[in-house]
Design a protein around this ligand. Sequence first.
Ligand SMILES: [Fe+2]
Length: 176
Amino acid sequence: MRDITLLSIFDHRITQKYVKRSGMAHAIAAAYHAFNLSKEYKVNPDLATKAAFLHDIGHYTWYKDGKWDYELYKQNDIHAIKGAERAHKLLIRLGEHPKKAKKIALAILLHTDSYLPDGEISLDPLQKVVALADEMDEEPSGNHHYRQIDDERARRLIARLDHMIDNHLNNQKASS
Ligand SMILES: [Fe+2]
């Protein structure tokens, strides 16, 4: 059983404000990739899609003289840290189980190593799925953050993904 749907996350004003800022089209594409990858990596699609959908919720933009400054961003970015905290707060507020909210927040925290000191960290399968889902939708020079999608289509795609997850989980239950 899922505690909350992607649609309830999508409809929340915090999601609308921050996920739109970092790119709703990218967030939805990453969530679909995460759904497909979750079968391959045998991780819970509920957690994988939520983490992928919210992975960039902590983004903010770095501008200098009105222009996006990639160097400034690279030096100072902590969007994964901010995003993990912001997503966790949102999920708990919406009624997500604290255990799941923690797993989702951790996957968001580790979806990129751009802010980490050099060195290897080993990701668990859920964290790997979310990082891969993000990578699969990346475009050169961060263009994936600017791809547009209208609200109605975005909402429809999210509702469709909810159905796909429910069907998948029901089928899994039936065959176990
Ligand atoms: Fe991303």
